[in-house]
Design a protein around this ligand. Structure first.
Ligand code: PGA
Length: 249
């Protein structure tokens, strides 16, 4: 059976007090054994979050990482800095990083390679804009994003990869892809992996859906055959909502 994963992308939310309060609330909830739960706080709260989750089965992830080892990269954070505070999981390629901060497919390819080499688990995000879907180009776009960043990797590297399909038009908008739209794209992605590698690998890769997942729609989305969980933005900032989603499988 594939891993079921629910990851909370906190984005630029939660200062020290808020982080403490949210993680303490999350820790009071029972987490099902077969669900991997992650939270991705801002860089400044990573160390604190790692300490607060020490006794719990919650993984702390970073929201970004630079591909370089060190040097003149003002404002950036390296793999070894993340590992130094006990973080071994990262989100890469989020649409806000792509659209607001100019991350390109080739930059992401370097980040992915560095993260793989450093032993990180990667949640790799990708997805189409509304205009692509309107023009029926969403499958081509997703295929391009995946092939440029990931399809040069050896099969062995995929044990470190989780995919997160996030249609940009559904992120933070309250508009969700229908369960059928999510399933259709997830099945397409699995087929791409099978074509490029093999069916075994395609069946093992967890593919998360992200974009306005809420307690009210999570069950329906997670019930789709090729949807293995979610990357949650807004609803991950509230412990009750997030835990309702964790328990929605
Ligand atoms: P949202 O964000 O759940 O608020 O739509 C999802 C994401 O950006 O990962």
């Amino acid at each position: 059976m594939r891993k079921q994963i629910v990851a909370g992308n906190w984005k630029m939310n939660n200062n020290t007090l808020e982080t403490e309060s949210l993680i303490k609330s999350l820790a009071q909830h029972e987490i099902p054994d077969d669900v991997q739960v992650m939270v991705a706080p801002a860089f400044t709260q990573l160390s604190q979050s790692v300490s607060l989750t020490e006794a719990h089965s919650i993984t702390v992830a970073a929201q970004n990482m630079n591909a370089a080892d060190s040097g003149a990269h003002t404002g950036e954070v390296s793999a070894s800095m993340l590992k130094g505070v006990g973080v071994h999981t990262i989100i890469l390629g989020h649409s806000e990083r792509r659209s607001l901060y100019g991350e390109t497919d080739s930059m992401l390819q370097l980040k992915v390679q560095k993260a793989i080499a450093e032993g990180f688990q990667i949640i790799f995000c990708f997805g189409e804009e509304l205009e692509h879907r309107k023009e029926n180009k969403h499958f081509t776009l997703v295929e391009d994003q995946l092939s440029s960043a990931l399809f040069d990797l050896p099969k062995t590297a995929w044990s470190q990869i989780v995919l997160a399909y996030e249609p940009v038009w559904a992120i933070g908008t309250g508009e969700t892809a229908s369960p059928e739209q999510a399933q259709e794209m997830h099945a397409f992605i699995r087929q791409l992996i099978e074509n490029k590698y093999d069916a075994d690998l395609a069946n093992q890769i967890a593919i998360l859906y992200g974009g306005s997942v809420k307690p009210g729609n999570a069950k329906e989305i997670f019930s789709m055959q090729d949807v293995d969980g979610g990357l949650i933005g807004g609803a991950s900032l509230n412990a009750e909502d997030f835990m309702a989603i964790v328990n929605a499988f």
